[in-house]
Design a protein around this ligand. Structure first.
Ligand SMILES: C[S@@+](CC[C@H](N)C(=O)[O-])C[C@H]1O[C@@H](n2cnc3c(N)ncnc32)[C@H](O)[C@@H]1O
Length: 316
């Protein structure tokens, strides 16, 4: 089995065993404590700047990691049977998720947003140097902090959003702001909108958003997805090794931590993911922990990694 396959298919340990170990280990107690409600609210952070710094440090070939397992995990991206399916990759970073999608399906068109201009530049640079067929007609990057400003109206305009509106979707008010115009679209015409997308990929992006903003962020995703469309989700799972490494001073909320570079991360239980997505109006198709043991070559220690895999559908 290749390394990429192992990353997806392996179920190396049982998540309940990990939970038992963590919850009975006194040295890890600080992760379980309720976050003090009286704690002062953290000062507002410049999320785009923090991620811009992250991408500037990690954009070289050495750090770039194409998510080769993605199409095994989400085969519908390759074989959905639609002509020119539209994918919106939310929080695309340097393009680790965009690349396998464009390579795996030559019919697909990918719209990719990020709140960091640096990330988009690195993604464009990276895709430009690799041999991706018709990339200029199939890859549309744009700058957007979707959790704060919502998605631009050219993705799905007011009437399109309303046509598929759902009582859960309460954040669809006009969010006219698009900070970087797209090639090939006339943004001056109200009528020119895509009418929504067939797929949304949310891969290690929701965890980067403050927990209290997640319902709004998911409602935005719901609004720009076509009825019947799929949201494909992968992110950090509760008690992942990287969570357990955080010291107590790095907690900024319950299961929420800030890194030294000012980016932040939340760690999801299946119950929380279910609550968030069902409240936004989605139907759950798949939801599970992916538990993988990997070996730290330097220390020789085995590390228990936990990710959440989810597939959700917007009702027809
Ligand atoms: C861990 S990276 C994941 C990148 C990519 N999805 C992948 O599979 O590698 C998280 C990305 O989300 C972006 N991001 C964080 N908050 C965002 C927001 N509110 N709006 C748009 N992008 C955001 C960050 O800039 C970063 O590039």
């Amino acid at each position: 089995m290749s390394e990429a396959e192992a990353e997806y298919f392996s179920k190396d340990f049982d998540w309940d065993d990990l939970r038992h170990d963590v919850e009975s280990d006194l040295s890890l107690r600080h992760h379980l404590l309720p976050f003090p409600p009286s704690a002062p609210a953290p000062p507002p952070r410049d999320v785009a700047a923090a991620w811009g710094g992250f991408h500037a440090r990690h954009h070289t070939g050495k750090f770039f990691k194409e998510r080769r397992y993605l199409l095994k995990e989400f085969p519908e991206l390759v074989s959905c049977g639609k002509k020119n399916p539209r994918v919106l990759e939310v929080g695309c970073g340097n393009g680790s998720t965009v690349l396998p999608i464009l390579r795996g399906n030559e019919d697909v068109v990918v719209y990719a947003c990020d709140c960091s201009g640096e990330a988009l530049e690195y993604a464009k640079e990276m895709l430009g140097t690799l041999n991706v067929a018709s990339v200029e007609r199939r890859f549309y990057p744009f700058l957007c902090n979707f959790a704060v400003h919502g998605f631009p109206m050219w993705l799905a305009c007011g009437p399109c959003r309303e046509a598929s509106l759902h009582e859960h979707c309460c954040y669809s008010e006009a969010k006219e702001k698009t900070e970087m115009p797209l090639r090939g679209f006339d943004l001056s015409k109200d009528s020119s909108c895509l009418g929504g997308v067939d797929f949304i990929t949310l891969i290690f992006t929701l965890s980067a958003i403050p927990f209290q903003m997640m319902p709004k962020a998911l409602a935005e995703c719901f609004c720009v997805l076509k009825p019947g469309g799929l949201l494909l989700f992968r992110d950090y799972g509760l008690y992942d090794m990287t969570m357990l490494r955080f010291e107590s001073g790095k907690r900024v909320g319950f299961r929420e931590y800030i890194r030294s570079d000012a980016t932040q991360s939340y760690f999801f239980s299946l119950e929380i993911v279910q609550d968030l997505f069902l409240c936004a109006g989605f139907i759950e198709l798949e939801l599970e922990y992916c538990c993988i043991k990997s070996l730290n070559r330097r220390s020789g220690k085995s590390m228990r990694r936990v990710w959440v895999h989810g597939k959700f559908q917007k009702p027809m």
